[in-house]
Design a protein around this ligand. Structure first.
Ligand code: HEC
Length: 95
């Protein structure tokens, strides 16, 4: 009984994930950048983390990206946001 709704939910989620950014590519970008030279991944999961939603995450990744002079393209920012969200933040993604 529960299987079909679950499958639909998973498909929907995968579709949204792709539209919002490619988390697999985001992981590649993130792990090959110097992102972890100032802070570790613990800031993403700390109880007092500052980022409360996807929009704030997008803004913070852009700030950190410009600190670092990585100059990621918009699509690359979206990919990294998708990865960080999938891996750490787990905010609901917009339709
Ligand atoms: C020049 C140092 C520096 C580099 C390099 C850097 N960051 Fe940051 N990052 C910071 C500082 C400072 C904060 C704020 C920490 C705080 O608010 O306590 C921060 C916070 C963050 C947060 C929010 C954490 C929270 O509170 O939820 C995210 C997400 C983040 N950085 C992502 C990245 C990414 C992605 C990169 C690679 C593009 C990166 N950072 C590279 C300095 C840096």
């Amino acid at each position: 009984m529960l299987r079909i709704p679950l499958a639909i939910a998973l498909l929907t989620f995968a579709g949204v994930g792709f539209a919002a950014g490619d988390a697999t590519n985001g992981e590649k970008l993130f792990t090959t950048s110097e992102c972890l030279s100032c802070h570790g991944t613990e800031v993403f999961t700390a109880p007092d983390r500052k980022i409360k939603d996807l929009k704030a995450l997008d803004t913070q990744v852009r700030l950190c990206d410009s600190n670092l002079n990585t100059n990621w393209f918009d699509t690359e920012i979206h990919d990294v946001v998708a990865y960080l969200n999938q891996q750490y933040y787990k905010f609901p993604t917009p339709e």
